[in-house]
Design a protein around this ligand. Structure first.
Ligand code: IPD
Ligand code: CA
Ligand code: CA
Length: 259
């Protein structure tokens, strides 16, 4: 790890632990829940508070940074120089509200538009998945092995519920060819399942803050992470993102291009 990566890791780890206390205490006090675009798209006072908290810490410690956050200002990635931070303060807000489980907090960091570090924090289990190019991926202090390059038939596939219901681009056929579908409702938690080899892949329509951290980690473990059509993710566009073992990626992409 470079000195810069070490310093960011040291800081961000502290922030996530403080964020955990705020999230758990805030939820215990009672949430203020609002609809964003619909009753299925929620935001809480804690989503906003945690994003503000991360922004304050970034500005205090890495003052020359640009920030793209789900609940706040959205700096432009394409024109960025130096450090660029992508924040999803609570990923899986519906689960956070309804289950108090199965949600994550995520930060991705780029330097001159190149991936530097990704962090997905499984808040309830206090497991921080982090890593980046040349570093590998860790769960807290333990390094994760790269998942085996299994085929679609040998693994569970994480999917997006509405895409499955509407048989989006032949998705039901893809599921039939897998060992089964799983829907967890948090992109961060779904990425963790692929990073740890618990799922062969994950497919969903995602925005940059949903996929930035996960894609940095997935690439560091030699997984394929692109759009279904093989386009690279650009941290600007909302995309149909497919992360999978290299073998499964080829199979799924071919099946979804067939119709
Ligand atoms: C959502 C979750 C969900 C995915 C949605 C995301 P949010 O994030 O990751 O699994 O299907 O597309 O928007 O809004 O809870 O941060
Ligand atoms: Ca969110
Ligand atoms: Ca999200």
């Amino acid at each position: 790890m470079t000195e810069q990566q070490k310093e960011i890791y040291r800081q961000v780890t502290k922030w996530f632990h403080e964020a955990r206390n705020r999230i758990l205490e805030g939820r215990a006090r009672g949430l203020d829940v609002q609809n964003k675009t619909s009753r299925l798209d929620l935001v809480t006072n804690i989503d906003k508070e945690i994003e503000c908290f991360f922004r304050e810490k970034i500005n205090e410690n890495f003052s020359d940074s640009a920030i793209l956050g789900e609940e706040g200002n959205k700096a432009d990635f394409k024109s960025s120089k130096g450090l660029f931070w992508v924040i999803d303060p609570i990923d899986g807000t519906m689960n956070f509200v309804k289950q108090a489980a199965n949600f994550a907090s995520m930060i991705a960091i780029y330097q001159d538009q190149k991936p530097l570090l990704g962090f997905i924090y499984d808040v309830i289990h206090d497991r921080l998945y982090w890593g980046g190019p040349g570093i590998g991926v860790y769960c807290n202090k333990e390094q994760l092995p790269a998942p085996k390059n299994i085929q679609l038939k040998d693994g569970l596939l994480g999917v997006n519920g509405p895409m499955m219901l509407t048989n989006y681009r032949n998705l039901q056929e893809v599921i039939r060819k897998s060992a089964g579908a799983r829907i967890y409702g948090s992109a961060g938690i779904e990425f963790i399942h692929v990073l740890t080899g618990q799922c062969v892949g994950y497919l969903s329509h995602l925005r940059p803050w949903d996929y930035a951290a996960g894609s940095i980690l997935a690439e560091s473990l030699n997984l394929s992470v692109k759009t279904i059509d093989g386009k690279l993710l650009d941290v600007v566009s909302s995309e149909d993102v497919l992360v999978a073992t290299k073998n499964a990626y080829i199979e799924i992409s071919a099946l979804m291009s067939a119709k």
